[in-house]
Design a protein around this ligand. Structure first.
Ligand SMILES: [Zn+2]
Ligand SMILES: [Zn+2]
Length: 472
């Protein structure tokens, strides 16, 4: 057994240069097991950021195949501040880390300098290397077919959930049990920065419940979900330029990039406006948690002419499933995607096309928006090209929304209609006058004027837009 101690000090000057410093160490041939334990001075948990003086330092690991920006072929896992120690061996690893061969060569512990105390941070990392004659069992990744063809329809799911592979407190099986109890068709498992959950997903995917492999890029300046993934996604970003490169790499892999919870406490998105995301998480956890701010962020992008799909995510950090569903639960909110079948490819295609609405839960309300003019028909995500002055018919159907208010929102104004019953169809005509979009909201009748009190907006369901391009 060999023990390697890595010690040192980081302060604000170091953090300004690199928020994710690498600590190299050598692994000799014959090593079969590796244990990492770390401590920092004045250590705080991640939820104290900005609230208390002290050090918040995350941890992760790269093996000898490399730790380069974007590629990082040696990525072996990340645990943020959720764990003080972890182990990797050929056939097992602490959740959040990837089991597999312990290649000899130069490995790196990565520290994430989330917050530093004014005097800086003393760190001590102890790496223990073991040689033992352990049999190298193959990982059983499962062989069940992903998803099942079930014809074109609305599929309901959750695009943002965690297990103990990052900072959730229960295994994947508990998340799956809760999702099944909610009647969901799909769940994206989006661990913070790590991919150790990916090998487990196929075995938990059944014809009636699809697990979408994802990751939550978790930086100190904002979070973003990426789906689907099959490998490491870079997260060591603290500049707009770095994040733009990650965005391009995600696009090259034909995956979707979704800005998460852009609202107070989200934490918010602080990167600049260099690139368009594919999606924005307009509704994260129960609506009342400041989601009106995320809705405003998305609406501002729509007004600039951008086409970004609004999605929802519970951000559930699953605890043990007791058979009782809670308020903060997977599926609350629920994202509905119109797809040809239940598979990763078709759900991603539906998201990309914007055929999506969000409701407060799997029971609804259901909200569908369509439009028609001059022989053209459109549904959510589509574009209509119409001459200025054309008459556009909007048609909205709300199921399960009685007693609420329907709002049709555009860059050119808002129309409202009370919803008298649980299967309500509303139609109206608008005149095309310039480029715009139309989207629908089901909200509780507001207790204060929304232009004066935006926080008074209590959403029950949100549609995606139909885009209108006006021709002269
Ligand atoms: Zn997040
Ligand atoms: Zn999350």
């Amino acid at each position: 057994m060999t023990e390697i101690v890595l010690e040192g000090h980081f302060d604000a000057t170091d953090r300004a240069v690199d928020e994710f410093p690498l600590l190299p160490f050598e692994v000799p041939p014959g090593t079969t097991r590796l244990h990492v334990r770390y401590q920092v001075s004045r250590q705080l948990s991640g939820d104290k950021v900005g609230w208390q003086e002290g050090n918040i330092v995350d941890v992760g690991l790269f093996d000898s195949r490399g730790a380069e920006f974007l590629t990082a072929r040696g990525f072996r896992g990340w645990s943020g501040t959720a764990r003080q120690e972890f182990t990797i061996a050929a056939d097992e690893a602490t959740p959040g880390y990837l089991p597999g061969p312990i290649q000899p060569g130069t490995w790196h512990v990565v520290l994430g300098l989330y917050q530093l105390a004014p005097e800086g941070c003393d760190y001590r990392v102890v790496v223990t290397l073991e040689e033992q004659d352990a049999g190298c069992k193959m990982q059983d990744a499962g062989s069940k077919e992903r998803g099942a063809k079930d014809g074109p329809r609305w599929y309901r799911g959750d695009l943002h959930a965690h297990t103990w592979h990052s900072d959730g407190s229960a295994p994947l099986g508990d998340l799956v049990a809760a999702a099944r109890a909610q009647g969901l068709d799909f769940v994206a498992v989006t661990e913070h920065n790590t991919i150790s959950h990916l090998p487990l997903l196929p075995a938990h995917t059944t014809p009636d419940l699809l697990l979408i492999p994802g990751v939550e890029i978790t930086t100190y300046h904002g979070h973003a979900n990426v789906w689907p993934i099959d490998d490491f996604v870079e997260f060591r970003c603290w500049s707009d330029e770095q994040m733009a490169r990650v965005r391009e790499a995600v696009r090259a892999r034909e995956a979707l990039f979704s800005i998460n919870h852009p609202k107070d406490g989200g934490p918010p998105w602080e990167f600049g406006d260099l690139f368009e995301p594919d999606c924005i998480e307009v509704w994260c956890s129960p609506w009342i948690v400041s989601n009106y701010q995320a809705l405003a962020v998305w609406d501002a992008q729509l007004r600039r002419g951008r086409r970004i799909t609004a999605v929802g995510g519970s951000d559930k950090h699953q605890g043990p499933f007791t058979g009782t569903l809670g308020w903060y639960e997977v599926g609350n909110p629920c994202t509905w995607v119109y797809a040809d079948a239940l598979s990763v490819e078709t759900i991603i295609a539906g998201l990309r096309a914007g055929r999506v609405f969000i409701s407060e839960g799997p029971a609804g309300p259901r909200l569908e928006l369509a439009a028609e003019a001059e022989g053209q028909r459109a549904t959510m995500g589509d574009e209509l090209c119409l001459p200025s002055g054309a008459h556009l018919r909007l048609r909205c159907r709300v199921q399960g929304g009685a007693g609420n208010l329907l709002r049709l929102v555009s860059a050119q104004g808002i129309r409202e209609a009370p919803i008298p019953d649980d299967d309500f169809i509303h139609e109206c005509w608008v005149v095309v006058s310039g480029d715009t979009y139309w989207r629908a909201e089901v909200i509780e009748p507001p207790e204060a004027p929304l232009d004066e009190e935006p926080a008074a907006l209590m959403a029950k369901a949100l549609s995606n837009p139909i885009y209108v391009k006006a021709t002269p």
